[in-house]
Design a binder for this molecule. Structure first.
Ligand code: HEC
Ligand code: HEC
Length: 346
């Protein structure tokens, strides 16, 4: 926030000085209206790329575009089709996602919540920014299959969008798909979640978790399970790539698709566990239907696989311990996220 205040202060100062001459300067990148988002307690400021500064109008525009099916080749698919608010911005029960012409993809739709903190996007980390990631989804033949020239034309000819782009990017800016993705990325950065009962507990409300959830929490953070060494920090991810030994042979090679390094075969980005009770099914290919199945996978220590992380070992959890761990994972649901009207369709 500090940056924004300093920037605004500067703009104001330049404004005051230049009023004497020719009125306020228009900021090339859009008006410096205080962006309206709240960082959850304990979360740092997310990074903001220098070529895509944040402002309230851009968040608003990004939100409109995120829900607009007219951005896909057959006008049926918006980002929000696969990233639905009620399922913590995943697609709700689909094993792999379905794009235009109802074509199936090969990966499970992950949440976009708290993505602004991720140094790389996608299960294999191939996108370095949300801007690039969004452009990837937008042009992907089995996601939105958008023709950039067609969408550019649509945006330029839509008077409502022309007005919104002007407000978000500065007067006279001409709407384009590229700017649309910048706006969507800006909106996504503000879709934050950090107010689950677990958060309320660690910030002082000692009655927020029941005894079973507390036992599960202790197991989760215990050396014995190692869960929190990968699912670490405020977003329950180390943002690294690991194989948990899901298969003895991986058809989807994961991180290897990007690095081509044999040690990366079968490695996928550690997903956040926030809102995990809402984002089933699980894993990159969605082949584990429930949290029970996912815990069974960990309890067995995964399958034999050359790149399996050495921390994935048989855990010998009792049925009660498994239930406690699941209860803890369920306490990571943030009701505020799924009901916040600021994240919904406008
Ligand atoms: C057809 C379903 C579908 C549509 C439409 C779609 N996505 Fe996705 N999204 C996915 C899937 C599947 C992945 C994971 C792909 C992978 O890892 O290779 C993903 C990954 C992401 C991620 C990365 C999350 C992470 O933690 O790595 C973000 C952010 C995202 N999508 C945003 C968007 C935006 C913005 C749009 C619209 C421009 C969009 N998606 C459209 C299915 C979809
Ligand atoms: C070595 C790092 C590591 C450890 C230790 C680890 N995980 Fe994971 N976890 C991952 C990775 C990587 C994935 C994604 C794997 C994939 O999609 O192939 C994952 C996926 C998950 C998922 C599914 C997430 C989703 O959105 O689909 C859950 C739930 C989960 N882990 C819980 C746990 C629990 C509980 C423990 C402790 C018993 C644990 N993990 C230990 C790295 C780890």
């Amino acid at each position: 926030m500090l940056n924004i205040h300093v920037k605004q202060g500067l703009t104001l100062l330049i404004c005051l000085l230049s009023v004497l001459f020719a009125g306020c300067p228009t900021v090339e990148t859009g008006p410096a209206i205080e962006p309206d988002y709240v960082l959850p307690t304990g979360f740092p400021q997310f990074p903001i790329p220098s070529d895509n500064p944040i402002n309230a109008e851009k968040i608003d525009l990004g939100r409109r575009l995120f829900y607009d099916t007219r951005l896909s080749s057959d006008n049926t698919i918006a980002c929000a089709n696969c990233h639905k608010q009620e399922f913590a911005f995943t697609d709700g029960g689909m094993q792999v996602s379905r794009g235009v012409d109802r074509e199936l993809g090969n990966r499970n739709s992950p949440t976009v919540v708290n993505s602004g903190y991720a140094p790389s996007l996608f299960f294999d980390g191939r996108a370095p920014s949300i801007e690039e990631q969004a452009f990837g989804a937008f042009t992907n033949p089995i996601e939105m299959r958008a023709d950039v020239a067609v969408i550019d034309k649509f945006l330029m000819n839509d008077s409502a969008y022309v007005a919104h782009f002007s407000r978000a990017f500065g007067t006279g800016s001409v709407p384009s798909s590229k700017m649309a993705m910048k706006a969507i990325a800006t909106f996504i950065r503000t879709v934050l979640s950090g107010n689950s009962r677990y958060d309320q507990y660690i910030h002082g409300n000692k009655s927020a978790l029941n005894p079973s959830e507390l036992r599960g929490m202790n197991l989760f953070f215990d050396y014995r399970t190692q869960c929190a060494t990968c699912h670490s920090g405020y977003n329950f991810t180390d943002n690294e790539f690991h194989s948990t030994g899901l298969f003895t042979h991986y058809y989807d090679k994961g991180r290897h698709d990007f690095t081509r390094n044999p040690v990366d075969v079968g490695k996928f980005k550690t997903p956040t566990l926030r809102n995990i009770a809402l984002t089933d099914p699980y894993m990159h290919d969605g082949h584990l239907a429930t949290l029970e199945e996912t815990l069974d996978h960990y309890n067995q220590g995964g399958k034999q696989f050359i790149n399996k992380d050495p921390r994935i070992l048989p855990l010998k959890l009792t049925q009660e311990e498994k239930n406690d761990l699941i209860a803890f994972l369920q306490s990571l649901t943030d009701e505020e996220l799924i009901h916040n009207p600021k994240f919904g369709k406008k």
